[in-house]
Design a protein around this ligand. Sequence first.
Ligand SMILES: C[S@@+](CC[C@H](N)C(=O)[O-])C[C@H]1O[C@@H](n2cnc3c(N)ncnc32)[C@H](O)[C@@H]1O
Length: 258
Amino acid sequence: MIPSYLFWLPRTFFRCLSLLLVLSLTVSCAATAAQPTDGSYSYKSPSSDGIGKVYYGREIANVMGYQGANWLARPSRATEERSDMAVDALMLNKDDVVADIGAGLGYISFQLARWVKEGKVVAVDVQPEMLALLEAERDKYNVSNIETVLGTESDPNLPAESIDMAVMFDAYHEFAYPEEMMTGIVKALRPGGQVVLAEYRAENPLVLIKKHHKMTQKQVKKELTAAGLSWIKTDDRLPQQHLMFFEKPTSTLKQADT
Ligand SMILES: C[S@@+](CC[C@H](N)C(=O)[O-])C[C@H]1O[C@@H](n2cnc3c(N)ncnc32)[C@H](O)[C@@H]1O
């Protein structure tokens, strides 16, 4: 006679097996939930200086709040960054329209305005408080060729083909929607117009800036060429930042060639 516990063995075995299956399914669902994707973006738990949103393998940095605006106007900045040399390198024409995207309180916008005396600077930012600081300074010194535009996280709010150049100084790495922002910027550029990025060098550990507030050249190229721009050159004259030049192709034919 077969002992009764032997009848229970297969049942117990199958119960354990199905329990294991349910458990592994739950674990794999939980893993997927921790890594959701959202078009070109994926997500991870945020680093101390990042937002936990990932674009082309790069975690996007958190936005520098207007409460820290004084840092942008610190007296040592002129020698640390030599933005005078960066603005020289742009080779602007005096009647150019140049958009300063992520303008902050206008540290760069005011320098640009001196070059485009017959053109204008369009200073774009998402923080109205930053733009208010810029406007107060502009009005105090009667600077007539700087306009401000309040953008959104995903749209610079610029009309199509209205600008000759877009510059982003220490700003692009903070864009929460870089893909959408670049689509808007490329649309706003005239054919042949340029995009210039100044980003702290992530390749250099001696550049003492938070990790996600720096970028490598390789990463910048990856993200901006994905926006349909062509890399022209990287200017190495700045002490701590890459100054990278990109161009909007003059025709769709050229775009297809590149
Ligand atoms: C570190 S500050 C640099 C400001 C300025 N370019 C400078 O060099 O002084 C970065 C600025 O980018 C702005 N910003 C972040 N995301 C933005 C977006 N999607 N569109 C426009 N501005 C943005 C922030 O509000 C902040 O003022």
